[in-house]
Design a protein around this ligand. Structure first.
Ligand code: FAD
Length: 417
């Protein structure tokens, strides 16, 4: 079958890969001249298979007032007149229950474990892929006893679902990651997960593009899909300024733009942009930088070593579709990094600054599978976990199109209409 994948971010490219391997003819359509120039460009680099608990959780509502006021809070909400934004917020608030959070965590773990197995298989199958992949392990730091206790409770819950994690004292954290020695007094402990990986999502996407081209997948770059139209038999066709794209099936993998593309068809997907920032520091030979992937839980900032660079990512701003960086947010991220790894963030070191829009759903779970239109499929809404969940999501999508979706996953991520 001829399948058009709309969007060449990490989700569209992995979709194209698994569809091609299943024997389909694939064309990837992308509005930019290069792949992975939007959210898949500068993300946190975490393949964070055991850290999938959604942002919407029972502890979040009490923090909302601070998010509205403080300029340096890790999450920020700028109210607008957008109906889409208010509806998203309402659904987010309703998702902030322990029950919903546990359910989403359980569902996402099943997809992330599948993704981990597939990513490791991909590494074996495609030895030419070179994307700073490290089986780094991850250490999540906690700064107060209450947060540490909540993390231990989550660890116990996740252990019952197959996660292997251990709680460490502050001394044990420093012994494991000596680059944290100077913040020993500021942390109470951490959760260590050996099975986590880190890698560069942009390099992964570029490598996958090369593999896809070599396998005969076609790319229509600089091609913006202006509309999805209903044709004969309720089938969907994608139209660009060059005309209609010839395809039997259409897969939407348009990241944060998905809702705008689907809305004219009457498909209201709850995907809204959550803006984030990253800084990438070059590391000199003597740099005191972490080798483990580190998350500062209270500040919601992640640190990953990507070859001879340190990627620092964080901030979640609900303020619309603009990619314009807010200098105060960049400064806040820089200050966080300087406090944790001062030798990396020296005054004379230039970091590459980047802003991206997480395609976020209120509950924190992606939407993968069919729509009411027989040839239109979705692979969207991966929020802060798109790189982590890409392989499992693409394999699930491929199963759907081939009429044999993984029965343990299919039901969980379908569009509720
Ligand atoms: C600060 C930050 C840190 C993050 N850290 C991590 C992390 O550590 N680990 C992790 O797993 N995830 C992380 N994420 C999330 C991850 O980056 C995203 O979930 C993922 O990149 C989404 O991929 P995507 O392919 O859906 O979207 P994108 O990468 O945005 O790709 C969508 C593509 O569709 C194209 N497109 C859209 N509309 C059209 C159209 N009409 N016509 C043609 N083309 C179109 C766009 O140009 C774009 O190239 C982070 C995100 C941010 C912002």
């Amino acid at each position: 079958m001829q399948i058009a994948v709309l969007g060449a971010g990490v989700i569209g490219l992995t979709s194209a890969y698994y569809l091609n391997r299943a024997g389909h003819q694939v064309i990837v359509i992308e509005r930019h001249g290069e792949v992975a120039t939007e959210t898949s460009f500068g993300n946190g680099g975490q393949l964070s298979y055991s850290y999938v608990a959604p942002l919407a959780g029972p502890g979040v509502l009490s923090k909302l007032p601070a998010w509205l006021i403080r300029r340096d809070s890790p999450v920020r909400f700028r109210p607008s007149v957008s109906r889409e934004q208010w509806l998203w917020c309402l659904k987010f608030v309703f998702a902030c229950t322990q029950r919903r959070s546990n359910l989403t965590t359980r569902e996402l773990l099943s997809l992330s474990f599948a993704s981990r197995a597939l990513m490791h298989q991909l590494l074996r199958d495609e030895p030419t892929l070179d994307f700073d992949f490290q089986h780094s392990g991850k250490l999540v730091l906690h700064r107060d006893a209450a947060a540490m206790q909540a993390a231990i409770n989550l660890l116990n819950f996740q252990r019952s679902l197959g996660c292997e994690q251990e709680a460490l004292s502050a001394e044990e954290c420093v012994a494991l990651e000596p680059a944290l020695a100077h913040v020993r007094e500021r942390i109470v402990g951490g959760i260590h997960t050996r099975s986590e990986d880190t890698a560069d999502c942009h390099r992964f996407s570029k490598g996958l593009e090369a593999i896809l081209r070599a396998r005969g997948v076609r790319f229509a770059m600089n091609t913006c899909i202006d509309a999805l139209e209903v044709a004969k038999g309720g089938h969907i066709v994608a139209r660009s300024s060059d005309g209609v794209v010839e395809a039997d099936h259409v897969v939407v993998a348009a990241g944060a733009s998905a809702a705008q593309l689907l809305q004219p068809l009457g498909l209201h997907v709850p995907v809204y942009p959550l803006k984030g920032y990253s800084l990438t520091y070059p590391l000199g030979p003597q740099a005191v930088a972490p080798t483990l992937s580190v998350t500062d839980f209270a500040r919601k900032v992640v640190y990953a070593r990507l070859g001879n660079r340190l990627r620092v990512a964080g901030m979640a701003d609900l303020d619309g579709y603009s990619l314009k960086p807010d200098p105060s947010r960049v400064a806040a991220l820089r200050a966080e990094a300087a406090a944790l790894f001062p030798q990396v963030v020296a005054d004379d070191v230039d970091a590459a600054e980047w802003t991206g829009l997480r395609p976020a759903t209120p509950q924190g779970a992606p939407v993968i599978g069919p729509t009411r239109y027989p040839n239109l499929w979705l692979n969207i809404g991966h929020g802060a976990l798109g790189f982590t969940l890409a392989s499992g999501s693409a394999a699930l999508l491929t199963g759907w199109i081939d009429g044999k979706p993984d029965p343990s996953l299919a039901r969980l991520f379908s569009l509720a209409e």
